[in-house]
Design a protein around this ligand. Structure first.
Ligand code: PMP
Length: 401
């Protein structure tokens, strides 16, 4: 036996780097980078975090406490509690018009985050391409790369209200394209689709034989349009993985609970991964979610409060010279800041430095987010008012320089 256990490279270059090469190439989330800077400062008004400012409604928290009180501290079935799957099935049918079998087509996950990972891993072979519209939630491209797929961004534009159209998708599709990720209402732009858009995209997915992964996490938070899920278009349920969860509409981010609805085959494939990596979602959260689905009153109250804040912040941003399209859903507004000679990161850092207001640079959401800023309005209205006063002062100064 050799006397030394060290890797030969250690002698030449110091300690060996054990991290997988492909992972090294994936950048850290721009949001995380930015918030590490924010966390070093005091008295910041944050329009940065994509999280409801509401505490989870009392009756849901009470149910979680009751669950603990009753000794609900075990694993559940891998798929999740059948009681919850039944409630989800009823809810999804009522709200989205698609019927999923609770026994074989619904899988309870640890947030939409896990559901997304399962969906991608269940369908992607190494080298497969996955289309997604940008600017978008920071996880899509990295998740595809974790599965050794190739993420292909489809840029959307402010002029189109950040909608994705069939024409845009046609430009990027190839023979290697396997799937399309949709997220409407969109984080970070608040964009929604019309029924016509959804039908066009469905026809595109059928023509190119794609799986559609639709992230519906903000669908309770829509303001003008009716909810339109692509899963409800005739012939689409068979090729759609419908992802949803409790983080946004029910203010339950910390419960870490989501679900994936799909065909029995796809559901079984996702379940195979889920059972080995996660076993099951936390039972306390599952019992709380059963309670959450008993009423829509809380969600409706929160939606209406976000709508008031949206109306205020959009008017204020437009007035101060940061034009923004009026988002139809979610709780983000995405103003254009490209007229002031600063990159979105420079703009955000200076706004933080000079006025103690934190917004996320648009570039954190993909290359075509450059020139924009994401302001989350899931913050108290009085704070939003103060933030916009400070932002107006900052923009006025930039204009004079
Ligand atoms: N999808 C989108 C579009 C999101 O914005 C988020 C959270 N910001 C998630 C998924 C993940 O949500 P969770 O894991 O809390 O369900």
């Amino acid at each position: 036996m050799s006397g030394s256990k060290s890797h030969p490279e250690a002698k030449k270059t110091g300690p060996r780097d054990f991290v997988a090469g492909y992972l090294r190439d994936i950048p850290r989330s721009g949001i995380r980078d930015f918030f590490e800077i924010v966390s070093t400062r005091k008295d910041v008004i944050s329009l940065g975090i994509g999280e409801p400012d509401f505490v989870t409604p009392w009756h849901i928290r009470e149910q979680a406490m009751f669950a603990l009180d009753q000794g609900a501290t075990t694993y559940t079935s891998n798929r999740g509690l059948i009681e919850l799957r039944r409630s989800i099935s009823t809810y999804v049918e009522k709200m989205f018009g698609v019927n999923y079998d609770p026994e074989s087509e619904i899988l309870i996950t640890v947030g939409v985050s896990e559901a997304l990972d399962l969906a991608i891993r269940a369908i992607i072979e190494p080298g497969d391409e996955v289309l997604y519209h940008e600017p978008c939630f920071v996880s899509y491209a990295p998740e595809v790369r974790f599965a050794h797929g190739i993420p292909v961004a489809v840029s959307t534009r402010r002029e189109d209200g950040f909608r994705v159209t069939r024409r845009m998708l046609e430009e990027k599709v190839t023979s290697r394209t396997r799937a399309l990720i949709l997220n409407f209402p969109t984080n970070p732009t608040g964009a929604t689709l019309t029924q016509h858009d959804v039908e066009e995209i469905s026809a595109f997915a059928k023509e190119h034989d794609l799986v559609v992964i639709t992230d519906e996490i903000y669908s309770e938070l829509t303001y003008e349009n009716d909810r339109t899920s692509i899963a409800a278009v005739p012939g689409m349920k068979e090729r759609t993985i419908f992802l949803h969860g409790f983080s946004k509409g029910w203010a339950m981010t910390g419960f870490r609970l989501g679900y994936a609805c799909s065909t029995p085959e796809l559901s079984e494939a996702m379940m195979k991964i889920h059972q080995y990596i996660m076993m099951c979602a936390p039972i306390i959260s599952q019992l709380a979610a059963v309670e959450a689905l008993k009423t829509q009153a809380d969600t409706e109250e929160m939606r209406s409060s976000y709508e008031k804040r949206r109306n205020f912040i959009c008017a204020a941003l437009n007035e101060m010279g940061l034009p923004c399209h009026v988002p139809q859903g979610a709780f983000y507004v995405f103003p254009y800041i490209g007229d002031y000679g600063l990159t979105s990161k420079e703009f955000a850092l200076r706004l933080l430095d000079e006025e103690n207001v934190a917004c996320v640079p648009g570039s954190a959401f993909g290359a075509c987010g450059e020139g924009f800023l994401r302001c989350a309005y899931a913050t108290d209205l009085e704070e939003i008012k103060e933030a916009t006063v400070r932002m107006a002062r900052f923009v006025a100064r930039l204009r004079k320089r």
